[in-house]
Design a protein around this ligand. Structure first.
Ligand SMILES: [Zn+2]
Length: 938
């Protein structure tokens, strides 16, 4: 008689496909979430829970998202989803930064193409075009972020250009106006002549730039130092165009200086015999070499402080530059380059400005906002600073003041937008003082009270806030929130009247910030003031002030998120940007930071560590990855990477992550396949389970603990490695492998099989939840595959992480099974060798003998060793092993003889046993299989 044994075996059965097809499946999942209003359901579920607020740092709405933005948003999503699953109400309101130069620049570019003059366009029309441009990109980026699986309040995001936001930004500015920390000052600011505006530090890039360098002599006209009489002080500068702005020279008070007397010069050398030149002793050799001075005599050195009180003439004296130039002591005058004496143009440098202010030196206005010299500047009026360097050098040469000229390639500040070199320019600007109301002190205290991940962020931000100058908040641009201040024409003081300010805020709230540009001043000033007495400021606010206010109009806004936020999470460049502007704004208005924790991540580089660039062809676009391999692969890359450093991505790295993904998917598929038909009646209490099952439960307990710690610490890559290891090593390569026999071949009511299926059920519940914040699409796909009823309204993303009973912890068992697996490695190794040598086809052909210690004998007392080894029986012996037994270098006390099993092969379970063939009704099978087959066919 022949029996169809195959039909009596429980082969895995599932519709969950091996091949993921994510690019097609993920959009279907997004549609499901839309259909069931997943975000709405999550908010409802969270109503009574403790809130967790990650406040979104707004990306700029001016282009498609790139891999860096993708990383940032996915990381945020992982944090938000994991906090929600920890049982909190993690509300995420995404936002956009809309004002500012890059958009304005785009619109201007379009104008230039159409040969349209921006200055002829009414400002409100121009602003409207900027607004529409931002709206367009918000819509595009929103779809891209959603495609990355990022969950949040996409239907009602915040934008810095919403009227309510603009009104709140104005209100916040009012706080600084009223408390006296907003002031108008004249200052040398980093200025872009191309964009005609002051730039924030965050808008500055450093690139190589070739500058004209000049050595210039300043004749001494009055001094108390005998050696300096009839001599000239020599300076060196890389910005010849700043010479018209020169008002002083600076020496190091403790530096040694000498008088160099020129003895003889060759043709073409600018210095003349008899010239007496004062420079730092340390620079004599370099200076004389560069200026071609071959023969000279060096006088006795003297300290720079001896030059105190010395006055020089400007090198263009007699041509409109007839003021005296004092020599001043300054710590920044060093002997690293040049002559050890620095030329000071107080309108063209931060140090220069400070030194000028400290010594009561006039800060001249020489350069107009477009980079040309004002009409009042002698010799150079109307010329552009970019093009005037040679003219300045020639004019100095004609005046006999030039000693040398050359070129220098060095790092020089450029506008991040136009890429044009920047200048320092003296201009009227609005500042928020770091000192008037103790803002610096408050900010430093707030930094101390904030948690930083990684911890190094604290010192970084601390250093920046300690050093930073007052906050220059004005920009001479059009697309932004205006500085809604009236300045009294007579006193020059800003009007600090809360009633006036409130009228402005109200207008902006209903009409947008355009109201400032379209209204008559009298609308806001009201009866108490005569509009003719005041000037309306037309500058706009630094966009960093806008985004620095997001905490006020988002956290305290209509979303009712609560203030402060739990977390700000951005790239590490935001220590200079948003982390700092938010900190200063909140400390100035509310006395503390708007966040409890600041988390920073690195930047994304190409696979080979290079910067991504179109020209190198190594740019990875997140949308391309989504459409080709799927977002879950990208999300695996995010959680698998150590984001505290720079990350790398490219085709090979994506392929590695696709492999990892496949292994995780197969783990889930095994669970689904072997849970086919599982119902609650089958469940076995852990106390009645075999040790192996209880060991898996212990591992679940361990990973749950790691998971909760990792989510609290926002550290995912080590957790992810642990989770991946659990799935591949502990489960697929061990537990699943061992239990396949029982799952496929034991009777349905067998306690071991039922225990295994109970554990598989727990594993499924845990893994789908644990993986949900990471591979959000696949976790959902798996969940719905097992819970088809949920397809109507449910989602894995409505769950919380399962509560793991403390009773599952079993440290003693964990240790015991570490030992068992150690011994098992030797057995597996011995059989692998047999198979490699073609002496055996499968491990079931072996019934190995294991020679080991008495301790191991005890360990295996109650275990089915053959089952664990996946062999047809096994024997554990305490005694000396035969000489040819298999051993492993690192497992000293175990030796294995992979002896062949005796008997016939069971047609149902493939084990080779003596008992096979002993049953007439079920021939060719073992006793267990005969019983199982009978049970299955009964
Ligand atoms: Zn069998």
């Amino acid at each position: 008689m022949s029996v169809d044994y195959k039909s009596t075996v429980f082969l895995p059965k599932t519709d969950f496909p091996m091949k993921a097809g994510l690019a097609k499946r993920e959009p279907e999942m997004l549609a499901h979430w839309q259909d069931i209003d997943l975000e709405g359901q999550r908010r409802k579920a969270g109503e009574s829970r403790k809130k967790f607020i990650l406040h979104d740092g707004p990306p700029y709405a001016n282009g498609n998202i790139h891999i860096g933005t993708g990383l940032n948003k996915i990381l945020k999503d992982v944090v938000v989803r994991s906090q929600q699953m920890l049982g909190k109400d993690a509300v995420y309101v995404p936002g956009w930064d809309c004002h500012g130069l890059p958009i304005e620049w785009k619109i201007e570019e379009q104008y230039r193409k159409k040969k349209r003059d921006k200055d002829q366009v009414p400002i409100v029309e121009f602003r409207q075009e900027c607004r529409e441009f931002a709206e367009k990109w918000i819509d595009i980026q929103r779809e891209e972020f959603k495609r990355l699986g990022v969950m949040g309040n996409w239907d009602d995001p915040y934008t810095t250009m919403a009227y309510t936001a603009e009104a709140q930004i104005v209100r916040e500015l009012g706080n600084f106006l009223m408390d006296g920390s907003l002031y108008q000052g004249s200052k040398a600011v980093m200025w872009s002549p191309v964009e005609k505006t002051a730039l924030a530090e965050a808008e500055v890039e450093y690139h190589d730039h070739t500058s004209t360098t000049i050595f210039v002599r300043f004749p001494v006209i009055k001094t108390s130092l005998a050696e300096a009489e009839d001599a000239a002080i020599v300076i060196w500068t890389t910005t010849p165009w700043t010479m018209p702005g020169n008002r002083a020279v600076a020496y190091g008070p403790d530096t040694d200086y000498v008088v160099v007397e020129v003895k003889d010069t060759a043709d073409g050398v600018l210095a003349k015999a008899g010239d007496r030149l004062i420079i730092a002793q340390a620079r004599v050799a370099a200076f004389t070499a560069e200026c071609g001075i071959a023969a000279y005599e060096e006088g006795e050195p003297f300290k720079g402080s001896a030059l105190d009180g010395t006055l020089c003439g400007h090198p263009l004296r007699g041509q409109g530059y007839d003021y005296d130039v004092p020599a001043l002591a300054a710590g920044f005058a060093t002997t690293e380059e040049g002559t050890g004496i620095v030329h000071i143009a107080p309108g063209h440098g931060a140090d220069d400005w400070e030194l000028g202010m400290a010594n009561g030196i006039e800060v001249p206005q020489t350069v107009d906002e477009d980079g040309t010299f004002y009409a009042h500047v002698p010799l150079f009026a109307g010329q552009h600073v970019y093009k005037v360097n040679d003219h300045v050098a020639d004019t100095l040469a004609d005046a006999g003041s030039l000693l040398g000229r050359g070129k220098l390639s060095h790092r020089y500040p450029h506008s991040w937008r136009s890429k044009a070199p920047l200048i320092f320019r003296n201009a009227t600007q609005w500042f928020i003082s770091m000192e008037t109301t103790g803002l610096r002190e408050k900010a430093l205290k707030a930094i101390d009270d904030t948690r930083f991940v990684p911890a190094a962020g604290r010192n970084r931000l601390r250093g920046m806030v300690t050093e930073r100058p007052d906050w220059c908040v004005s920009r001479q641009r059009a697309w932004g929130v205006p500085i809604t201040v009236f300045v009294n024409k007579e006193s020059g003081e800003p009007l600090r009247d809360p009633d006036v300010f409130e009228r402005i805020v109200e207008a902006v709230e209903t009409e947008g910030a355009d109201a400032w540009f379209t209204s008559e001043p009298s609308r806001f000033l009201g009866d108490p003031y005569n509009a003719d007495d005041f000037e309306m400021v037309t500058d706009i606010l630094d966009v960093w002030f806008d985004s620095g206010c997001t905490h006020s109009f988002v956290l305290e806004g209509p979303w009712q998120l609560g203030w402060p936020a739990d977390l700000y999470l951005e790239g590490s460049d935001q220590h200079r940007g948003w982390f700092q502007s938010s900190l200063l704004e909140a400390c100035g208005t509310r006395g503390r930071a708007p966040y409890e924790t600041v988390l920073t991540h690195g930047f994304v580089m190409a696979e080979d560590g290079q910067k991504m660039s179109k020209s190198l062809g190594n740019v990875v676009s997140p949308m391309d990855v989504a459409n080709q391999t799927g977002v879950d692969i990208l999300r695996l890359w995010v959680v698998g990477s150590d984001y505290s450093e720079d990350l790398r991505i490219g085709p090979d790295i994506l392929k590695q992550h696709a492999d990892i993904y496949r292994r995780l998917r197969n783990t889930i598929r095994f669970l689904l396949g072997n849970l086919n038909g599982f119902d609650a009646d089958e469940r076995v209490d852990p106390a009645d389970m075999p040790e192996l099952e209880r060991w898996v439960l212990h591992r679940i307990w361990e990973i749950d603990r790691s998971l909760r710690q990792a989510c609290d610490a926002f550290q995912f890559h080590t957790l992810f490695a642990e989770l991946h290891n659990f799935c591949t090593v502990d489960l697929s390569a061990f537990y699943f492998d061992v239990r396949k026999d029982s799952l496929y071949c034991d009777r349905a009511d067998n306690i071991k099989r039922r225990a295994a299926r109970t554990v598989l059920d727990e594993l499924f519940n845990c893994l789908t939840a644990w993986l949900a914040p990471f591979i959000c699409f696949t976790a959902e796909e798996a969940w719905l595959a097992r819970n088809p009823d949920d397809s109507a309204t449910g989602s894995v993303h409505l769950r919380t992480f399962p509560d793991i009973p403390e009773a599952w912890r079993n440290d003693a068992l964990a240790e015991k099974w570490r030992d068992i697996r150690r011994l098992r490695r030797v057995v597996t190794g011995a059989i692998e060798l047999e198979r490699a040598e073609k002496r055996m086809g499968s491990s079931l052909q072996s019934a190995p003998v294991v020679y080991t210690t008495a301790e191991y004998m005890d360990v295996f007392e109650s275990l089915d060793a053959g089952e664990l080894f996946i062999t047809s029986g096994a024997r554990i012996e305490n005694g000396p092993a035969p000489a040819d037994a298999f051993t492993l270098e690192d497992v000293k006390d175990v030796a294995v003889v992979p002896a062949p099993a005796s008997g016939d092969k069971c047609e149902r379970c493939y084990q080779i046993l003596d008992e096979v063939g002993g049953n007439d009704e079920f021939p060719n099978v073992c006793n267990r299989c005969a019983d199982a087959a009978q049970h299955a066919t009964a």
